[in-house]
Design a protein around this ligand. Structure first.
Ligand code: SF4
Length: 278
């Protein structure tokens, strides 16, 4: 039986997502259109998932977020993070991450995400990992299972780790910029990313990786607090609080654009060289 034709909105959504995942985030203004001061489309009511990052500085660290932004209560997170000390045992790290995940499960800071999520998706992997992968946000499969990168993109990431890097998923840690699924697979908004940043920072503080691999433009720009396109962030080693950061394309982009796997393999080889594994 033939498939029903895809709706124009779906096709446009995929197109903008591909552009954004490829790091093409700035577009010339449309004559006569109304835009905000930074030239960015307003998110929220727009069914297109990805163009919203166009032309605005990426959200840097939560400290630069709008003063009106809601903040997760310090008295819930701080006592957990206060247990982070140098040279923690694996068991201690596991316990801190488990407690943080429990607290995150009750987080309701982002109304649009809370209304649509099945559950929060905290992170998975080795609390002692030397390498952490940071993606953008959970998709439908991840939302259903509560585990990051388990859908088709997750299978490709697993292939990159296992077949490409000769490592196992259990050796690394995998998490996202936001812990709740953005509905319709849209990008997380800057405010949502900023709200969730304490959880990302807390996770990285506990694990204390030597290397971080950002998967896609949203992850790279949010983690590094830059508005540079991923095309400009690839091919260089960046720094996040002493960890070496390599940026590459999101697996979802690679699924749609297989030729870009060549560039991702170059990024992964650079990461492996940094790790002394190549
Ligand atoms: S995305 Fe993060 S900050 Fe927003 S509701 Fe989910 S856990 Fe809370």
């Amino acid at each position: 039986m033939s498939q029903p034709p895809r709706r124009l909105n779906d096709l446009l959504a995929d197109y903008f997502e591909d552009l954004n995942l490829a790091g093409i985030t700035e577009f010339p203004p449309i004559p006569g259109s109304v835009q905000n001061g930074a030239g960015r489309q307003q998110s929220g009511e727009n069914p297109l998932p990805s163009a919203p990052n166009a032309g605005i500085p990426s959200p840097a660290p939560a400290s630069s977020a709008s003063p009106s932004m809601k903040k997760f209560p310090d008295d819930q997170l701080e006592p957990i993070l206060a247990r982070v000390k140098p040279a923690l045992s694996l068991r201690a790290k596991e316990a801190i991450l488990r407690d943080m995940a429990q607290v995150v499960a009750g987080c309701k800071l982002c109304p649009d995400l809370v209304a649509n999520r099945t559950q929060t998706v905290f992170g998975v992997g080795n609390p002692n990992a030397e390498l952490v992968f940071v993606g953008e946000g959970p998709g439908a499969d991840e939302d259903a299972q509560g585990i990051p990168f388990v859908g088709r993109s997750g299978q490709l990431l697993t292939d990159i780790i296992v077949k490409g890097m000769k490592m196992s998923r259990d050796e690394v840690y995998i998490c996202n910029i936001v812990r709740c699924r953005p509905p319709g697979n849209r990008n997380p908004s800057d405010q949502e990313a900023a709200c969730c940043r304490p959880f990302l920072e807390g996770t990285l503080r506990v694990i204390s990786p030597q290397y971080i691999c950002c998967l896609g433009a949203v992850a790279a720009r949010n983690l590094l607090g830059t508005d540079l396109a991923i095309g400009k962030l690839r091919g260089k080693v960046h720094d996040y609080r002493g960890a070496k950061v390599v940026c590459t394309y999101h697996p979802a982009y690679l699924l749609r654009n297989p030729p870009a796997k060549v560039q991702t393999w170059e990024d992964i080889k650079m990461l492996l060289r940094q790790m002394g594994r190549m």
